[in-house]
Design a protein around this ligand. Structure first.
Ligand SMILES: CC(C)(COP(=O)(O)OP(=O)(O)OC[C@H]1O[C@@H](n2cnc3c(N)ncnc32)[C@H](O)[C@@H]1OP(=O)(O)O)[C@@H](O)C(=O)NCCC(=O)NCCS
Length: 202
């Protein structure tokens, strides 16, 4: 794990956790089939790509996730529903390199299969991510950057108690045009004062 100018220093690496309904685990290379079945749905990648991912794109995404964990000591977890054992999406912490102006920073983010929406899973997983960010990792701030035209995602940030700072233009890259994101943030003291019950660490 290297020290990076892209994100603030962390006190300790992020581990796996269980919440009441979710098993949250670091991405592994052998995870390909289940995430590919989730990522092929257009709704999952509507923002920002307007279409689902191919198998090759899912593979490249997994490689990038694994490299992120190796570089920073944290990343996004795969989210499995404990009751069914099914992989239903991902949630966790990442460096928002797509928005260089706000670095160093850590973002909490979420992406779930449409069949899993409307159950509170994104909020449950992101609550665990924030708890770990502010305790294990010792961060002072976490941001979130939902696309402005994705109100479902913005509502997750609001449920987490995050504060909207401003709208920001996210520069275009090779795969999409410029998009507008809502820059949300939450401070450790605000989060820990509001929510005290920890997830179970594995
Ligand atoms: C963004 C996204 C994760 C939001 O999913 P979600 O299921 O709406 O979000 P939450 O986990 O916070 O669930 C809240 C909903 O579950 C309902 N709910 C049901 N049971 C619940 C429970 N036990 N606890 C909490 N909420 C519950 C809430 O009432 C709410 O429903 P509503 O939106 O109809 O009011 C989802 O739309 C998604 O994966 N989209 C595609 C990926 C994406 O766009 N990611 C963000 C990129 S910017």
């Amino acid at each position: 794990m290297g020290v990076s100018a892209l994100s603030p220093p962390i006190a300790a690496p992020l581990g796996d956790v269980n919440t009441e309904r979710l098993s949250l685990r670091r991405f592994e290379r052998d995870d390909l089939d289940e995430p590919a079945a989730v990522f092929e749905h257009r709704e999952v990648w509507q923002f920002p790509y307007g279409r689902g991912m191919t198998g090759e794109e899912t593979e490249a995404f997994l490689d990038a996730q694994i490299a992120h964990w190796d570089q920073h000591g944290f990343g996004c977890w795969t989210a499995k529903e404990i009751a069914s054992g099914r992989l239903i999406g991902y949630v966790g912490l990442s460096v928002p390199t797509f928005l260089p102006d706000i670095l160093p920073a850590v973002e909490v983010g979420w992406r779930f299969a449409p069949a899993a929406w409307g159950n509170g899973y994104a909020t449950e997983g992101a609550t665990a991510a924030l708890h770990e960010a502010f305790t294990t990792m010792g961060l002072d701030w976490v941001c979130s950057l939902p696309q402005a035209d994705n109100p479902r995602s913005g509502r997750v940030a609001e449920r987490l108690g995050m504060k909207l700072i401003r709208d920001v233009n996210v520069p275009a890259n090779a795969r999409r045009g410029e998009v507008v994101a809502q820059h949300y943030q939450i401070a450790r003291d605000d989060r820990l004062a509001a929510h005290s019950s920890p997830p179970r660490r594995e």
